[in-house]
Design a protein around this ligand. Structure first.
Ligand code: SAH
Length: 217
């Protein structure tokens, strides 16, 4: 793994201040982002991009989410230590590490084999509880649920019923839902005693699409 020097730490601190100025208030989230070296998720030649508040290509047509988006989604989840969290869209593994740094037990699903294989090997270098799965996230992980939290990090055309079923009562799901052609509405869904979902709507975001089935497209 690439080193994490004083220079990297300094750049990360500035990024965290930038996120704070953009309205991220949860100190646990900001701390976790300060502690996870984002540059090691990118090729070393892209260091200058690692600590800008931008999404960045990670190969296989996919992106590592923008730091603000990671911070925003993670804040909505209200993570507590030892919670079981299901993530759809492992991608680079960065978001999974931020969740795990906050003490969550992370179960993360990726549909692209190449990305899954690369990221699984890479994540083994971290001391975190993160289990990765090559599967279609629309179906969730019935044998590992129910989950305290579910996070979808791709643009979802609908709210998958399997994921609602795998969420605990009182549990929170954060999902960027496609309600417009070119962007998504961020939803926070909280499962009620009677099984219905309380729905809160946040701003507009742009994600790569959540696709069905496995593939390398
Ligand atoms: N969380 C990632 C960013 C993910 S980008 C990170 O921190 O880097 C979205 C990811 O979702 C992509 O890797 C894409 O391949 C994956 N994806 C898309 N549809 C999926 C599905 N149905 N099941 C699982 N993963 C999916």
């Amino acid at each position: 793994m690439q080193e994490d020097s004083y220079r990297h730490k300094g750049m990360r601190k500035n990024m965290v201040e930038d996120l704070r100025n953009k309205g991220i208030k949860d100190e646990n989230v900001l701390n976790a982002i300060n502690n996870v070296p984002r540059h090691v998720f990118l090729d070393s030649s892209f260091l200058d991009f690692a600590y800008q508040d931008k999404a960045f290509p990670i190969g296989s047509g996919q992106t590592i989410s923008q730091p603000f988006t990671v911070a925003f989604q993670t804040s909505l989840l209200e993570i507590k230590r030892n919670m079981k969290v299901l993530e759809i869209g492992t991608g680079s593994g960065y978001q999974a590490c931020v969740l795990a740094e906050m003490g969550a037990k992370v179960f993360s699903i990726e549909r692209q084999r190449k990305l899954y294989t690369k990221t699984k090997a890479f994540l083994a270098e971290f001391p975190y509880f993160i289990k990765t799965f090559l599967a279609d996230g629309n179906k969730g992980l019935p044998t590992y649920g129910p989950f305290d939290r579910i996070l979808i990090t791709a643009a979802a055309p609908e709210i998958p019923q399997a994921l609602i079923d795998q969420l605990k009562v009182g549990g929170i799901m954060v999902i960027p839902l496609c309600e417009h052609d070119d962007h998504q509405t961020m939803l926070r869904l909280t499962k009620q005693e009677d099984g219905t979902m309380k729905r809160e709507t946040y701003g507009d975001f742009r994600f790569v699409p959540m696709l069905k089935n496995l593939g390398d497209d």
